[in-house]
Design a protein around this ligand. Structure first.
Ligand SMILES: Nc1ncnc2c1ncn2[C@@H]1O[C@H](COP(=O)(O)OP(=O)(O)OP(=O)(O)O)[C@@H](O)[C@H]1O
Ligand SMILES: [Mg+2]
Length: 166
């Protein structure tokens, strides 16, 4: 699926729709260049889950955990991952096993290692003047989000008029 967003409010809407369909054990991979909005998206997503702690970028610690929302959120950033063993050390699959939701910035750099996931790719559009615009591409890996996907895409299509499915 592909569509464009034009504002921070659009990013918040995307986060709210996805958060409203969230289930324990979900994995969301956030891909895209620096400054495209991965952390900003996570902040809106956390707010939609009722998280009251401030959500900050886990660039240096690799993993932050938030327990105050209606589901536990584990927010990782693999940008500084130096060896593949470090990914196993984070224990993301164990956090999923106990019902946590895992959101991973730069999660695409480890290929398919994170398993079934919703993959959201953020990009700056070609028009550099449009500072709040982003192009968004969402793909599903595995079965995890499949049964919800029709509803999610219908809700997104009501807001994003250029949305193309597939
Ligand atoms: N529509 C938008 N959605 C998200 N962020 C936006 C949007 N428009 C402008 N921005 C701004 O772009 C910046 C995105 O920074 P953010 O830290 O979220 O990027 P990031 O993808 O997490 O980068 P990094 O790879 O360094 O972690 C923020 O300053 C945010 O306010
Ligand atoms: Mg970030």
């Amino acid at each position: 699926m592909k569509f464009s967003i034009a504002s921070l409010e659009d990013t918040a809407y995307l986060a709210e729709v996805l958060a409203s369909h969230l289930r324990p054990r979900d994995m969301i991979v956030l891909a895209g260049d620096m400054g495209t909005g991965k952390t900003t998206f996570t902040q809106f997503f956390g707010r939609a889950l009722g998280i009251t702690e401030p959500i900050t970028s886990p660039t240096f610690n690799l993993l932050h955990n938030y327990g105050s929302g209606r589901m536990a959120l584990h927010h990782a950033d693999l940008y500084r991952l130096e060896r593949t063993g470090e990914l196993a050390d984070l224990g993301l699959d164990e956090l999923q096993d106990i019902g946590g939701v895992v959101m991973v910035e730069w999660g695409d750099i480890v290929g398919n290692e994170l398993g079934d996931a919703l993959i959201i790719r953020f990009a700056h559009p070609a028009d550099v003047d449009a500072i709040y615009s982003r192009s968004i591409e969402i793909d599903l890996r595995g079965q995890q989000w499949l049964s919800r996907w029709q509803k999610v895409s219908d809700e997104l299509a009501t807001k994003f008029s250029d949305l193309v499915r597939g």
